[in-house]
Ligand binder design. Structure first.
Ligand SMILES: [Zn+2]
Ligand SMILES: [Zn+2]
Length: 380
């Protein structure tokens, strides 16, 4: 497409610039600046410091009825740099945003375009707060693409909740007066084993994985404090809640058995990702029209969690993956980082931007399609 084609040099240089200067979660000052400066120059209205996140931004152009958002991520991983290819995500959304803006202007389309800068995806993702605080209110659809070794349209992400179990026992000499002690480490070990017993009776999509973060200071002291840190995941929000209740009971039972005091601390969580099928099918059609082959969806497994889940619970959303390699690639690896700046990586920017642009035009020009997208959407 001409609109994206003419942006190629700009998008490649933005991707390279972000790649060569990797910034970890919430420290993406330079990346955020590069993107916002370009968007400002292009005529977007740019707001920074969103929901208290300094490196977040909302760039908006137009006043039309159909409101389309392209989401940009630009954080890197400590030590690995752009091993998740967020330089591609940022550049593709930038490209789709600028191209749609120019078309709105040129063809007087009844649309508003947003490029939303979403920092910290690899940490406590900003999109959670964005969704909670109504940033997506009024927006009709949200889109982004993510690089991968496969091209996949409707991959799911697991809902996740972090949980910490803190056991308080009583210290005592482990040989001279063990009967006076309460072993907090036993609380952690029993919790671990209770959860292992529970696994057999959970749905197969559940993932529970934990570590022991504190387990005492010396063998001759009955540990008075011990702590375990777990992630609990499932493919839907409801089953995650149900599982979480059972997991908590595993710790309750352990505390009861040994007479320790237990504190359960819930940490960050992401909702499950529910892709909008109608929107995804339009994207798929457009991707195919660009000559891209879609890979077979994966069997269950190989799924992580992302704050895009929270977005999909408040606005119709897609998060397709675009292949950047013919070889199998692990996310968050050096090899993935290399592929993110390769020719295939650059190509994914263009393909992603074009498919998102075409999908936006379909929605803007076909009110019935947007109606169907919205009918399918279930707020969660
Ligand atoms: Zn990642
Ligand atoms: Zn990622």
């Amino acid at each position: 497409m001409k609109e994206i084609e003419e942006l190629k040099p700009l998008l490649y240089s933005v991707s390279k610039e972000i790649f060569e200067n990797p910034e970890t979660a919430y420290k993406e000052y330079r990346s955020s600046k590069i993107l916002t400066e370009i968007l400002k120059k292009e005529g977007f209205n740019v707001e920074k410091n969103i929901c208290g996140y300094e490196t977040a931004f909302i760039a908006k152009y137009g006043e039309g009825d159909v409101k389309i958002a392209f989401l940009a991520e630009y954080d890197a991983l400590p030590g690995i740099g752009h091993g998740c290819g967020h330089n591609i995500i940022a550049s593709a959304s930038l490209g789709a945003g600028i191209a749609l803006k120019r078309l709105i202007e040129k063809e007087n389309l009844n649309a508003t375009v947003y490029v939303i800068g979403c920092p910290g995806e690899e940490a406590e993702g900003a999109k959670v707060k964005f969704a909670e605080e109504g940033i997506f209110k009024g927006i009709d659809v949200a889109m982004m693409i993510h690089p991968s070794d496969k091209t996949l349209i409707k991959e799911k992400f697991l809902a996740i909740k972090e949980v910490r179990f803190k056991f308080y026992g009583r210290a005592s000499h482990a040989a001279a007066s063990p009967e006076k002690g309460i072993n907090a480490l036993d609380g952690v070990i029993l919790t671990y084993n209770n959860i292992n017993a529970l696994r057999q009776h959970l749905r197969e999509d559940v993932r529970i994985h934990g570590i022991i973060t504190e387990g005492g200071s010396a063998p001759n002291i009955v540990p008075e404090y011990a702590e375990a840190y777990f992630f609990v995941r499932a493919t839907d929000n409801e089953y995650l809640e149900e599982t979480l209740k059972k997991v908590k009971k595993c710790a309750d039972g352990a505390a009861l058995a040994i007479g320790a005091k237990l504190e359960i601390e819930l940490g960050k969580g992401y909702k499950a990702f529910y892709p909008n099928n109608t929107l995804a099918e339009v994207f798929e059609k457009n991707l195919k029209s660009l000559g891209i082959k879609i890979d077979e969806p994966k069997e269950f497994g190989g799924l992580g969690s992302s704050d895009i889940g929270d977005v999909s619970c408040v606005v119709p959303t897609i998060h397709p993956f675009i292949s950047i390699s013919d070889k199998e690639l692990r996310l968050h690896s050096k090899e993935f980082a290399e592929a993110s700046i390769s020719e295939r990586g650059n190509n994914a920017i263009i393909i992603g931007a074009e498919a998102m642009l075409l999908t936006s035009l379909d929605i803007i020009k076909n009110p019935d399609l947007l109606k169907r997208i919205k009918e399918e959407f279930v707020p969660r």
